[in-house]
Write a protein that binds this ligand. Structure first.
Ligand SMILES: Cc1cc2nc3c(=O)[nH]c(=O)nc-3n(C[C@H](O)[C@H](O)[C@H](O)COP(=O)(O)OP(=O)(O)OC[C@H]3O[C@@H](n4cnc5c(N)ncnc54)[C@H](O)[C@@H]3O)c2cc1C
Length: 460
């Protein structure tokens, strides 16, 4: 159905025509995200200012048109897909970094800036913003905030929630709210900042964020530890995380992943490696060697084959790049994948991996596991061929069993990707009925007409 002409005419009073797309060929790229689910938007609008977003939201309420906030569409759960027609509000024209306050270690930025541009702007000032998703070059700050996205560094420096001081946003009702404070401590009222972070664009459209910055450590090392058994690697993770000297990254790769790194990452590795840990260590020139010694000692067990420090920046970059490219590389394993970003307590990782091996054997479905082991956040990929009748009929039950395993281990369904459309059918397995009821009430207060990113997160 095409867009209501009266709505469009009213929209053009605030937004220039060139920033409103209405033809199917122009709107098409904005109907999907990295899940490849697709729904055609009726129009795509590109606001430039907070006032534009206020205007668009008021109009959507008046005409009861649904609106879906969108950054770069790299989301992994269908969050930015407009399932109920309506408009997509793409925030990419709002990409200014407004303030870098080095004295107070604060940045104020608009939602359309990429994570990578934020890090680049800070590098020369000796600062960084902790969240570092593997998609940093092609994801926006708005998307990071909406999904509480993070990457390897979360283990030492935290996620978006721990590194954001405040937000400016437009609620689904069209009201402007300014949450949080400019300071690193504040206890005034309910914490709306952390409520909006991770709310997946269902409560408010974020138009500005005040970010907490950290000083860049002067020294970094990348360490590669190879294990002859998967248990050896997972036990080392528990050992490393159980002592006081934390690495800034602790990434786990299983045997299939190691093969992908060898084949497509151009990295030579012995053929009997069953698992690999990629460990990032930081500090200053006085502390880094002590940290290396302590963490290396914790990584040792009878199944450790070798532990090596990358001898050049180039070698370190090659390892991290191979890690970042793992997701796209999985297409070489099977035609289709279901990619879950479950999380379990670190001490339960060995049980998780053993359980996944049993499920893989039971269903005859390859399960590839890698990810942020230091947080217990493992990317579990169920690889299958839809043309294989047995796999196609059993894949849903296999996925359900994976989630049941995770919850039995006191884990959580999503560590960083969120729920969106992809996991809403499983939501109630983790969230109790009273909490779900409260969440629905919160949604209704922020967005009484239900125009903002409808049909996401909650079970249908
Ligand atoms: C190859 C690859 C690697 C990835 N690696 C990681 C990783 O390491 N860690 C990780 O956490 N994620 C990762 N992701 C997932 C994804 O990149 C993140 O979720 C990212 O934060 C999404 O940003 P985006 O700009 O693409 O958001 P979009 O996909 O455009 O939107 C995502 C959600 O945010 C909402 N949204 C967007 N902007 C706003 C706004 N201004 N206000 C309110 N809501 C808004 C949307 O409505 C939607 O619900 C990866 C994805 C890919 C494809």
């Amino acid at each position: 159905m095409s867009i209501n002409p009266a709505f469009l005419a009213a929209l053009e009073k605030q937004i220039a025509q060139e920033f409103i797309l209405t033809t199917p060929q122009a709107c098409w790229p904005y109907g999907t995200d990295s899940t490849q689910r697709f729904f055609m938007p009726q129009a795509v609008v590109f606001p430039k200012t907070h006032e534009d977003v206020v205007f668009i939201t008021a109009l959507c309420n008046e005409y009861e048109v649904s609106m879906v906030p969108r950054g770069l569409g790299s989301g992994a759960v269908g969050g930015a897909v407009p399932i109920q027609e309506g408009i997509v509000v793409c925030l990419l024209r709002m990409q200014d970094i407004l303030t870098i306050d080095t004295a107070n270690r604060v940045m104020i930025a608009e939602p359309g800036v990429t994570n990578f541009a934020i890090q680049q702007a800070l590098y020369d000032k000796g600062l960084f913003w902790a969240p570092d998703p593997g998609s940093r070059e092609f994801c926006s700050l708005g998307g990071n905030l909406a999904h509480n996205s993070s990457g390897p560094r979360a283990i030492k420096y935290g996620t978006v929630r721990e590194n954001t001081l405040g937000l400016t946003a437009v609620t689904g009702a069209g009201d402007t709210i300014t949450t949080g404070a400019y300071t690193s401590k504040s206890v005034v009222g309910y914490d709306l900042t952390r409520l909006l972070i991770g709310s997946e664009g269902t409560l408010a459209t974020i138009t500005q964020a005040t970010l907490k910055l950290l000083p860049l450590p002067s020294r970094q090392m990348t360490v590669r530890a190879l294990y002859r058994s998967i248990t050896g690697a997972t036990q080392a993770v528990t050992q490393i995380m159980g002592q006081a000297e934390l690495p800034f990254a602790l990434e786990f790769m299983d045997k299939t992943t190691v093969n992908l790194v060898r084949q497509y990452g151009g990295i030579e590795l012995p053929h009997d490696v069953q698992a690999l840990l990629l460990i990032g260590i930081d500090g200053n020139e006085h502390s880094i060697n002590d940290a290396l010694a302590i963490i290396s000692a914790a990584a040792k067990n009878p199944d450790l084959m070798s532990i090596e420090v990358a001898h050049s920046q180039q070698q370190a970059d090659q390892l991290w790049q191979a890690r970042r490219r793992l997701s796209p590389c999985l297409r070489h394993v099977a035609p289709k994948k279901i990619n879950e970003d479950i999380v379990v307590p670190v001490s339960r990782i060995p049980d998780l991996i053993t359980g996944l091996e049993k499920l893989s054997a039971h269903y005859g479905i390859v399960i590839v596991s890698f990810g942020h082991a230091g947080n217990g956040n493992i990317h579990v990929n169920l690889m299958y061929d839809p043309a294989n009748e047995k796999q196609a009929t059993q894949i849903d039950q296999c996925l359900q069993d994976v989630f049941s395993l995770v919850l039995a281990l006191k884990g959580s369904l999503s560590g960083e990707h969120g729920i969106g459309l992809a996991k809403q059918a499983f939501f109630s397995q983790e969230i109790d009925p009273n909490s779900l009821h409260l969440m629905r009430q919160i949604k209704a207060i922020f967005d009484p007409k239900g125009i903002l990113n409808p049909g996401k997160i909650f079970p249908v």
